[in-house]
Design a protein around this ligand. Structure first.
Ligand code: GUN
Length: 296
């Protein structure tokens, strides 16, 4: 079984990006800049935001984190986004989700300039993705990271049956649409399963490429997987484990131990899809910078 090492690929990508950022700094005296807004104190979000900022610095980009209180009104948040839209030093804007309930996430997504929407959440970017214009849009970071992994590991995808479990706007929907495109590392027959699907195992057992983005610990078990399948695990779930120092540990949406003897290739958790998400966020920010500076 081939272990698809997202940690290694993301590290390689960051090294490649650092070279490009350094070259741009030398020729333009400018570097890409990412601004992340976090509203409230969700601990998981704080960890993600910290990791994003740290990774920016690693590749030589500017990073700025704006922390706003949980009581922030939608009006104040939108005003901040408009200010960042107008700031030419900011090439990427990311508003960390989830947002407090007084804020309409869709209104926030719509407020971000599509040219700075490095999350790829804006309908203009998602629409271009659906139409297959990947070179003219920002692709949502997790699906984009999975595409990069499939490509770098030369996973055969053309004509294969890809089953995506999960239909979120962030992962499931863009992922399924990507796999449908007539491009490299895509060109699949695609099935999407979700919470209302009757008999999910009947579909997953037909998958040559199975992408699990459900958000439930070890939801996909060995009996749901076709021998020889490529299994991509998007889940990050914290479960109790008294044998560890913290009393908890991270597991995916896939039962890794049960499935690894029958799969042909798998992404581990941690160290699979997770590190790729941040790498692709940096890649999108670099692309935004290169686009506005005529470097593409
Ligand atoms: N929350 C969890 N994942 C993400 C992400 O990729 N982008 C944003 N903005 N919020 C998130």
């Amino acid at each position: 079984m081939l272990i698809i090492d997202g940690k290694k690929v993301s590290s390689d990508l960051k090294t490649e990006m650092k070279v490009r950022v350094d070259a741009h700094r030398a020729t333009t005296r400018k570097v890409p800049g990412l601004t992340v807004i976090i509203v409230g104190e969700d601990p998981a979000s704080q960890v993600y935001v910290r990791n994003k900022a740290k990774s920016c610095v690693e590749v030589g980009m500017n990073s700025s984190v704006i922390e706003m209180p949980a009581s922030t009104s939608q009006e104040v948040l939108l005003a901040k986004i408009h200010e960042l839209n107008a700031n030419s030093d900011v090439h990427g804007i990311l508003v960390q989700q989830p947002l407090p309930k007084q804020i309409d996430e869709f209104a926030v997504t719509m407020a971000i300039d599509p040219a700075k929407d490095v999350d790829g959440f804006h309908p203009e970017n998602l629409g271009k993705l659906v139409m297959g214009h990947l070179d003219r849009c920002f692709v949502s970071c997790t699906p984009y990271g999975i595409l990069e992994l499939l490509g770098r590991y030369n996973i055969e995808t053309k004509g294969k049956h890809c089953v995506v479990v999960g239909r979120s706007n962030i992962v499931g929907k863009p992922m399924a649409n990507l796999m449908l495109q007539k491009l490299e590392a895509t060109n699949c027959t695609v099935t999407i399963c979700h919470s209302a699907t009757k008999n999910i195992p009947a579909y997953t057992r037909q998958a040559d490429i199975l992408i699990a983005a459900i958000g439930k610990a070890r939801f996909i078990t060995a009996d749901m997987v076709k021998p020889g399948a490529v299994v991509i695990d998007v889940g990050i779930n914290r479960i109790d484990d008294p044998s560890t120092k913290s009393g908890t540990r991270l597991v995916g949406d896939v039962d890794y131990e049960g499935i690894s003897p029958i799969a042909s290739a798998m992404t581990p958790v941690p160290g699979g899809v997770g590190p790729m998400t941040i790498a692709m966020l940096l890649k999108n920010t670099l692309q935004s910078f290169e686009r506005v500076n005529g470097l593409l």
